[in-house]
Design a binder for this molecule. Structure first.
Ligand code: AMP
Ligand code: ZN
Length: 504
């Protein structure tokens, strides 16, 4: 299948050819785990997921790796960063987002990282982010790769790409790598200081060039520290991705690297310099793909504006006042093209809920007609051909959804065939939940939010039916109010009452 991707390296859409026929090695920069992941983070992660699943639909075997940054952010060398992380933990405990018993010592970065790693994996699985099901094999943690980082820094020093400054700090020398700046367009002379990013890097006078970035910082006093040939200390932020991509994907040059647009510089520029500096290859990733930022109701997300939403806040109903089905949030986050800014709105969420409800009902109808049996189908079917061709065109999601919506309107007399087509579409979209995913990950699990409530709702519904039979309208009204409060649509018929859970 012909796939094309917009490559940030060349600023154009290119036809996609993997290094090894039929196999795709893909790396996505993952979360820093000092707080819950927000919907912007998930926009970036789920675009990577959409790319992976689209490639899989096209027949590629995709090896997808995403890291967990459990060291970079807390090693800024500034105590206030640690204090900030600790105070956020305290805030989150106060609001009940972090249970009292968790993170017993909010000043312990390992406890903080551990807690938020688990929270991230939980959120990711609800949102059907496929790579998260493959933890830890495909989701490496930076703190597990410190020896690999030390080794890569040693190679960089040997190859003349890195040096130890007079104060003992190890820097990458950007002048040793003339291609530095080619991804972001930041040519060397344009570059100001601070290109190292995130890590305390204040001692400019010790660097050969202001854009040189930190690889290792000796610091005996620091809270997260490891032995190294340059003294006890900690690594720079960028080195972790170069090391983990190579270690887990098993080669120095990979096919696709993804992340949010803010990572182009300095992070990805530095990753390229390190990986190519170490391997001698002309490329680290052949295709660099970046998602544009998510906005909320047209504005940048920020805590001070009160429009900063974590994924679990949305799912738990803290944003809209009622729980949101994970498939609804997933759909909302993937339905706009990754190269346009996405605007998250409550209205958008409601529209997404309508689509998901329709799909769930459609699926249920097909399953009841077929008893769950579906036909064999592949991309030679014109509907699936159009659907996959749209996705293969730089993830044209609007095109793919258009194909799906038009197809939904056709007649579905051959229910087994329609179920098969829906399942194939759902292997990419993962928004029409089913009881059991074909590979265990197709389904956007509802995380128990809806399942547990159902027995209770059924009980209220039955009480309502009984009360109405006895003309006890006060009890019937009481039960109806309970159902409505629990997020159900209640339809009263002549002899029966039907209820339906609203998805958002
Ligand atoms: P971080 O945890 O800050 O390292 O970010 C994890 C991922 O989320 C990175 O790929 C970022 O580029 C991405 N990201 C952060 N904020 C946003 C946003 N508002 N919209 C889209 N992606 C974002
Ligand atoms: Zn990275």
């Amino acid at each position: 299948m012909k796939f094309s991707i917009y490559n940030s390296l060349t600023n154009q859409q290119e036809s996609f050819t993997p290094i090894e026929k039929g196999v795709v090695k893909m790396y996505s920069c993952g979360p820093t785990v000092y707080d819950f992941a927000h919907i912007g983070n998930f926009r970036s992660f789920l675009f990577g997921d959409l790319m992976r699943r689209s490639l899989e639909l096209g027949g590629f075997a995709v090896q997808h790796v995403m890291n967990i940054t459990d060291v970079g952010h807390m090693v800024e060398g500034e105590d206030d960063k640690m204090l900030a992380a600790a105070s956020r933990v305290k805030e989150n405990k106060k609001s009940g987002r972090v249970p009292e018993g968790a993170i017993q010592d909010p000043n312990d970065p390992y406890q903080i990282a551990d807690f938020y790693t688990n929270a991230f994996l939980e959120d990711s699985r609800k949102l059907a982010y496929k790579v998260a099901y493959d933890y830890p094999a495909s989701v490496p943690k930076a703190t597990d790769y410190i020896p690999g980082m030390i080794e890569m820094i040693e190679v960089l020093i040997q190859r003349g790409h890195a040096y130890v400054s007079s104060d003992g700090v190890v820097y990458f020398s950007v002048e040793s790598f003339p291609e530095y700046g080619s991804l972001s367009g930041n040519t060397m002379d344009k570059l100001q200081s601070g290109a190292g990013g995130r890590v305390s890097d204040t001692n400019q006078s010790m660097k050969k060039h202001p854009a040189d970035f930190l690889l290792w910082k000796p610091d005996q006093k620091h809270i997260m520290k490891w032995e190294s040939p340059w003294g006890v200390g900690y690594p720079g932020w960028h080195i972790e991705c170069s090391v983990m991509a190579k270690a887990v994907l098993g080669q120095s040059r990979i096919d696709i690297h993804t992340g949010g647009e803010d990572l182009i510089f300095p992070h990805h520029e530095c990753e390229i310099a390190q990986s190519c500096g170490c391997s001698g290859e002309s490329h680290f990733a052949n295709y660099w793909v970046h998602a544009r930022f998510l906005f909320v109701e047209g504005e940048k997300m920020s805590k001070s504006k009160g429009n900063f939403f974590t994924a679990r806040d949305v799912l738990e109903g803290k944003v809209t006042g009622k729980p949101v089905h994970p498939a609804v949030l997933r759909f909302e986050l993937i339905k706009s093209h990754y190269r346009s800014n996405m605007n998250f709105t409550v209205k958008g969420l409601t529209d997404s809920a309508a689509t998901i409800t329709k799909l769930i009902d459609f699926r249920a109808m097909l399953e009841s007609k077929t008893g769950g049996k579906s036909a064999e189908v592949d991309l030679s079917h014109p509907v699936l051909g159009d659907f996959s061709n749209a996705l293969a065109d730089d993830l044209n999601i609007a095109g793919a959804l258009g194909v799906m919506h038009n197809w939904l309107k056709t007649d579905h007399r051959d229910a087994e065939l329609s179920l098969a087509i829906l399942k194939k579409m759902n292997s990419v979209l993962s928004i029409a939940p089913i009881n059991e995913g074909t590979d265990g990950v197709e389904v956007a699990a509802d995380g128990g939010q809806h399942g547990d409530g159902d027995a209770q709702a059924e009980d209220w519904r039955q009480q309502m039916v009984d009360a109405r039979k006895n003309k006890d309208f006060a009890t019937s009204d009481q039960m109806r109010d309970k159902l409505v409060d629990a997020g159900y649509d209640v339809q009263i018929g002549k002899t029966d009452v039907t209820i339906k859970k609203k998805l958002a």
